[in-house]
Design a protein around this ligand. Structure first.
Ligand code: CMP
Length: 138
């Protein structure tokens, strides 16, 4: 059944000029881009997005990084979108990611790992709503 998920092209990948290549890989994998924009987050906005990780030792580093430059948040749609995007992205640590995955191809470290993808329906709903208004999701 068709499902929506949320993704971000992170600051490292945007700075390196990989945004278009990542979008092409996402489309080739069968995802429809429902909505996309380019924005820069403040540290507080990054903290709000990653609030579930607030107690982690890497929270400061993660939110500094996510506020360090422009990102492309987007909403994607396909059958089984949440799980399929996570397969396409590969492991959180690019050193452990399979060949051909987005993190293997475009990421440099566990902290600067090129892309984000929602891990469950509940998180996808929160994350889509954090960045997009209903009118942007027709
Ligand atoms: P993401 O899928 O966006 O969700 C949480 C992020 O925390 C994750 O990608 C990583 O970029 C980051 N992260 C996870 N583990 C570590 C770590 N050990 N050090 C730094 N960042 C991490």
């Amino acid at each position: 059944m068709s499902q929506r998920t949320f993704s971000i092209i992170k600051p490292d990948a945007v700075k390196k000029g990989y945004a278009a290549a990542i979008l092409a890989d996402i489309e080739k994998a069968g995802f429809k881009i429902v909505s996309i924009k380019k924005i820069s987050l403040s540290k507080a906005q990054a903290e709000g997005f990653y609030h579930v990780h607030a107690a982690r030792p890497f929270f400061g580093e993660l939110t500094e990084f996510m506020a360090s430059g422009p990102i492309f948040p987007m909403v994607l749609e396909k059958d089984n979108a949440i799980a399929d995007l996570r397969t396409l992205m590969g492991a959180t640590d690019p050193a452990k990611a399979d060949e051909g995955t987005l993190r293997k191809k475009y990421a440099s470290s566990i902290g600067e790992n090129a892309v984000h993808g929602s891990d469950a329906e509940e998180t996808a709903a929160f994350e889509i709503g954090y960045f997009f208004a209903g009118l942007e999701l027709a």
